[in-house]
Unconditional design. Structure first.
Length: 82
């Protein structure tokens, strides 16, 4: 089952501040694919990615994890504060 955490924590994300997204809590993953849905949608790869958000509001974050022929995903909606 995929999972991820943020640093700073999800309820402490602010505009113009780098946020680290880490999938280290996911077990047995080989490939990590991130989708960030915001004003300028983006795609990132890797167990850890760093994003900076430039607008307030909500961002939908999808993490897709694969291991061989198995795949799974998790989605969170994160609020970006001023």
């Amino acid at each position: 089952m995929p999972c991820f955490v943020t640093n700073p924590e999800e309820d402490s994300v602010h505009v113009n501040t780098p946020v680290t997204f880490s999938s280290f809590c996911t077990r047995n993953g080989n490939s990590f694919y991130w989708e960030f849905y915001e004003t300028g949608d983006s795609i990132e790869f890797g167990e850890v990615v760093i994003k900076t958000f430039y607008d307030t509001g909500y961002v939908k974050v999808n993490l897709f994890v694969t291991n061989g022929n198995k795949s799974s995903s998790v989605t969170k909606r994160i609020r970006v504060n001023p």
